[in-house]
Design a protein around this ligand. Structure first.
Ligand SMILES: O=C(O)CCC(=O)C(=O)O
Length: 277
């Protein structure tokens, strides 16, 4: 089990994100990709088993929601040893009321397959002041509302539609002066965040991951290269959180998971189950 190092804690506090190199092995990446190959063409708004395809939504690319239902390779990501202790540390709450039902809760999990022309507009930033994504460090401890792990399942270099972040924006008091010019417009058009002043595009090898607090101002560049960018994203918050979307884990998945994993997927399950049976 990896523990967050002192340098990672420092950089996370300073910049709002860290890169975890080789978070997944080549075999883990391959196993995830084999599953994606089979399900990525699921028609828009249809289910493939317990995975829901949102199809080629907006301009982001294909989204396969509830990907932790897609088999062992994705189940293993729920409490993956490369980042689970980072999540516990940065979401925080150990020994407090926040830990009542367990350490963590995953409120959304999906794969994004991004083809040419696709991108995601800039969003978030501490200026929004949201509870869900908030960043806080107090009395020597982190207390963050939502920490994301975004794992590259393909190599992401220039032109591939990589994630773009504004380092330090999880703590900024002011809105980036270019934010309104770059955010999604009513007509669906926007300029991508990679040309915003102070932004950084994060290039990754397959298996590398970005861990970031959701209040970090972020988006992506537009994919101009052929082929596709593949990432898997799991979002972690405190155990009292609730699902972002209306999806719920299936009974089959809950029965298959270890107790530790079940507790992260459905922290309240054990309280509710006597009534449900
Ligand atoms: O697709 C990306 O690179 C960014 C993902 C993103 O915006 C998010 O996880 O909120």
């Amino acid at each position: 089990m990896q523990q967050p190092s002192e340098l990672e804690k420092y950089l996370f506090d300073l910049k709002g994100f860290i890169v975890i190199k080789n978070a997944l092995s080549k075999k883990e990446v391959k196993d995830c990709n084999q599953i994606i190959d089979k399900i990525k063409n699921t028609p828009s708004n249809e289910w493939n088993g317990n995975v829901h395809s949102k199809g080629n939504i907006d301009q982001h690319g294909v989204e396969l929601q509830q990907i932790y239902e897609a088999g062992k390779p994705f189940e293993n990501l729920i409490n993956h040893s490369s980042w689970i202790n980072h999540m516990k540390h940065f979401v925080g709450g150990e020994g407090t009321f926040d830990y009542n039902h367990g350490p963590l809760f995953i409120d959304e999990n999906f794969v994004n397959v991004r083809g040419p022309g696709k991108a995601i507009p800039v969003h978030s930033g501490a200026h929004e002041g949201t509870q869900r994504g908030h960043y806080r460090y107090q009395n020597g401890k982190f207390h963050c509302g939502q920490i994301n792990i975004l794992v590259a399942l393909s190599k992401i270099s220039k032109g591939d539609g990589g994630t773009v972040i504004i380092p330090g924006s999880h703590k900024s008091n002011l809105k980036h002066p270019q934010f309104d010019k770059y955010k999604l417009k009513k007509d669906g058009k926007y300029k991508t965040a990679d040309s915003m002043i102070g932004s950084e595009e994060v290039y990754l090898n397959a298996g590398d991951a970005i861990l970031f607090v959701d209040s970090l101002c972020h988006g992506s560049s537009r994919r101009v290269n052929k082929g596709e960018r593949r990432v898997v994203i799991y979002r972690y918050g405190p155990s009292w959180g609730f699902f972002r979307n209306s999806y719920r884990p299936s009974k089959e998945l809950l029965n298959r998971l270890s107790k530790t994993q079940r507790n992260i997927v459905m922290p309240h399950e054990e309280v509710l189950s006597p009534k449900n049976n």
